[in-house]
Design a binder for this molecule. Structure first.
Ligand SMILES: NC(=O)c1ccc[n+]([C@@H]2O[C@H](COP(=O)([O-])OP(=O)(O)OC[C@H]3O[C@@H](n4cnc5c(N)ncnc54)[C@H](OP(=O)(O)O)[C@@H]3O)[C@@H](O)[C@H]2O)c1
Length: 365
């Protein structure tokens, strides 16, 4: 890093600070915030002109102060002048339930801002440029991968302008999700089924089609091996135009959302507006295929069990591929053995991992 004197008076470049390790502390602070919230988890560490930590903040969820403002509130005006704010996410440039953090930092007389990840939002982004324009020394992209690991669903949903979708299925090695008579419980073994419940609990919402509700009366809860519920329960969502009532869904700790529509993209945009960033699509094959065909499947969890079923009950039905050149290519991110089963995690090959440091500002048509 080239030492430079800040136009804001103090000379924070004098400090020999390892910003990457301070950023790790800010990431750790961010984990104090709620994992499933309209807003991302953000942490902030404030250093004085000598590199000593003088405040730590984090965001406690939508409607509460952002991490930078939380840290600012702990400092006197004299302490803030000449300080360096190390914050996991680019300070926002947007008036929502709270004012723009970039303005608050400028008004307070901060000398330097170091942030990890650029804000991908069209409206919220641009805080870094605003800070620079005000003469504040800005360093972007420090520890961006570690920050991304914490806020990935929020980030990708902001970049896409809709909730991100994980499509999961469990099938035989020959790609069948059930035997010809419809029996499917259980194709996968215990470890795979435990993993499914963990995956459910890491998503904001879980979706099935109306036919699955009629056929299976599912509970759609995320349960631990002993049957007790995970602390976070995804919101159950039933998609389809028919009026159905899931009796076991009545007992779900979250109110179910019945979306009487087939407009999947519209539903995902609405989810994001409601603060739902991630959707776990559990089937059945018709709904899962519709997400794939619409290009709305962002991540796949495919559980393969070492058995053959043959027959008609395929894990996916029509995905709009009529000839090989129209195939949906996947990039495998990992394979894992779970007992006798194999879990493949994949993404559509065309979907390059959303860039961490450059704000893509890419909204789909
Ligand atoms: N092995 C597994 O992992 C697994 C998981 C879940 C379910 N299943 C099994 O799958 C079977 C049900 O699967 P399924 O394929 O018949 O039904 P499904 O996928 O559960 O539901 C299909 C319904 O989804 C609705 N839908 C919403 N948006 C749509 C769109 N864009 N395009 C098409 N349909 C849309 C439609 O309902 P409307 O007609 O109401 O509009 C459609 O009839 C059950 O037997 C269940 O046991 C297996």
């Amino acid at each position: 890093m080239t030492p430079e004197t800040s136009p804001r008076g103090a000379n924070p470049a004098d400090m020999a600070v390892d910003f990457a390790s301070v950023m790790r502390a800010a990431v750790a602070l961010s984990l104090n915030g709620p994992a499933h919230n309209a807003n991302p988890r953000v942490g902030c560490v404030v250093l004085d002109a000598h590199g000593a930590v003088i405040a730590q903040g984090w965001h406690r969820g939508a409607g509460t102060p952002h991490a930078e403002v939380d840290a600012l509130s702990q400092l006197s005006p004299a302490q803030v002048r000449g300080s360096t704010f190390v914050v996991t996410l680019e300070p926002c440039n947007h008036t929502g339930r709270t004012g723009p953090c970039a303005d608050a930092l400028i008004a307070a007389g901060v000398s330097r801002v170091v942030f990890g990840l650029s804000d991908p939002g069209d409206v919220e982004g641009g805080g870094g440029d605003k800070l620079r324009a005000a003469g504040i020394d800005v360093i972007a992209g420090v520890g961006a991968d570690e920050v991304m690991a914490v806020v990935r669903d929020w980030y990708e949903s902001a970049a896409l302008g809709r909730a991100v979708v994980t499509v999961k299925w469990a099938s035989s090695l020959d790609g069948r999700a059930a035997a010809n008579d419809g029996t499917s419980q259980w194709i996968s073994g215990d470890l795979a089924r435990e993993r499914v419940h963990l995956q459910r609990s890491s998503h904001d919402a879980i979706a099935v089609g109306t036919s699955t509700v009629i056929a299976d009366n599912p509970s759609l809860t995320a349960r631990m091996p002993d049957g007790s519920l995970y602390e976070h329960q995804p919101i159950p969502v039933i998609i389809g135009e028919r009026e159905v009532q899931g009796e076991r869904l009545e007992a779900h700790p979250r109110d179910a959302i019945y979306l009487r529509t087939r407009d999947l993209r519209g539903a995902l945009v609405e989810f994001r507006e409601r603060g739902i960033h991630s959707l776990y699509v559990e089937g059945g094959p018709t709904l899962a295929s519709a997400f794939v065909e619409a290009g709305l499947a962002d991540r796949f969890y495919i559980f393969l069990s070492p058995l053959l079923l043959g027959g008609e009950k395929l894990a996916l039905t029509d995905i709009g591929v009529s000839t090989l050149s129209e195939r949906v290519d996947l990039a495998v991110e990992s394979t894992e053995t779970l007992g006798a089963d194999i879990l493949i995690t994949a993404r559509p090959a065309h979907q390059t991992t959303l860039s961490t440091n450059t704000a893509p500002h890419r909204k789909e048509a």
